[in-house]
Design a protein around this ligand. Structure first.
Ligand code: DAH
Length: 340
């Protein structure tokens, strides 16, 4: 058998590569693509034939020719695979433009964040009792956040360790509680007042299972003639039973806040807190509005009396859903969020 002329299979391989590339690009469907595969790579295909003919080459030329032909074979395989994927994707795409207003079958509707759900339930409950929703800025000044609430300059809450100030020597800060909105509301409207204030607050805390530098509160304020602690207890108990179930028990414990007198903390007990290993969990501060606060906003404390409270929303959501780690609320992990 005559050895073939040097270089011949190599130039043929390059020619096949060029032809195959053109054919693959032009292939309109998967059937056509399969025919091209057979034509080049099948048992009797053009490239397969070249490989079979290697044995006829002079021995010293076989390695480099073999390498080149195998390269061409791999390149054609790659081209076929890419085109196959393109054609598949094109077949999956709808031929008419997608109409996003059509009702979806595969799209899941979005859902509300657990903190939003709890906030809305609490607000809805207070609305039924005649409370309105009020709001105030998250960037506050120390007058509304502290001074007007009877919190003196040497109070620990005003320390830079506890509060985010915007700049040194600046009176502006990130509000540490929603109580600042009590002052804003009372300075704007005359009594009686019945408001709740859901909102975000900030404190210098490092994040752990029960603390985060930003969290949410609901503030409440009720001002009228002859308001009593009995009204406070009755109102708060009503709302908690609505939001967290009939089995809940509340406990009012003496405490100190500079803007209420007397002041109390509210502890909460339910089957869920017991499952979390605690009989009582602290969830709110409250009390009767301090006469000095009324003076500060221009209400006559001889005529008006009132109560106020501040709940931590995360705490309530943790109890409601049995969540052990506050950081779960902020991680936006869909596996967590889809449960609500
Ligand atoms: N501002 C308090 C806090 O952030 C909560 C609070 C306590 C609000 C007593 C009140 C109140 O309105 O009367 O811990």
């Amino acid at each position: 058998m005559e050895p073939e002329a040097t270089g011949e299979p190599l130039s043929e391989a390059d020619a096949h590569l060029a032809d195959a590339e053109q054919a693959v690009t032009a292939a309109a469907d998967l059937d056509e693509l399969q025919k091209i595969r057979v034509e080049y790579l099948g048992a009797k295909g053009k490239i397969t034939t070249l490989l079979k003919r290697l044995g006829r080459l002079p021995p010293q030329e076989r390695p480099s020719a073999g390498r080149r032909i195998n390269e061409v074979k791999a390149t054609v395989e790659g081209l076929l695979e890419r085109r196959r994927r393109e054609l598949r994707e094109a077949a999956d795409r709808p031929s008419v433009p997608t109409d996003f207003s059509l009702p979806g079958r595969r799209l899941e509707p979005g859902r509300l964040h657990p903190l939003t759900l709890v906030t809305e339930d609490i607000v809805r409950s207070f609305r039924r009792l005649g409370f309105a929703v009020a709001a105030g800025p998250e960037i506050e000044d120390d007058y509304h956040c502290f001074d007007a609430l009877n919190t003196p300059p040497d109070h620990p809450a005003r320390d830079v360790q506890d509060t985010f100030y915007l700049r040194e020597q600046d009176r502006r800060l990130l509000r540490t509680h929603t109580s600042s909105v009590q002052i804003r509301t009372m300075r704007e409207q005359s009594p009686p007042v019945r408001i709740v204030v859901p909102g975000r607050v900030y404190r210098r805390d490092t994040a752990d299972a029960t603390h985060n530098p930003t969290f949410h509160q609901i503030e409440g304020l009720y001002v009228d003639r002859d308001v009593t602690i009995g009204d406070l207890k009755g109102t708060v108990s009503f709302v908690f039973r609505e939001v967290l179930g009939k089995e809940v028990k509340l406990r009012f414990r003496p405490h100190y806040f500079s803007y209420t007198e007397p002041s109390m903390e509210i502890d909460f007990s339910s089957p869920v807190t017991r499952r979390m290993g605690r009989e009582w969990l602290e969830i709110a501060g409250c009390g009767m509005v301090h006469p000095q606060v009324f003076e500060n906003v221009g209400y006559d404390p001889e005529i008006w009396s009132g109560w106020a409270f501040g709940f931590g929303i995360e705490r309530i959501a943790m109890i409601r859903y049995g969540i052990e780690d506050i950081r779960k609320f902020y991680e936006n992990d869909l596996r967590f969020l889809r449960q609500f």
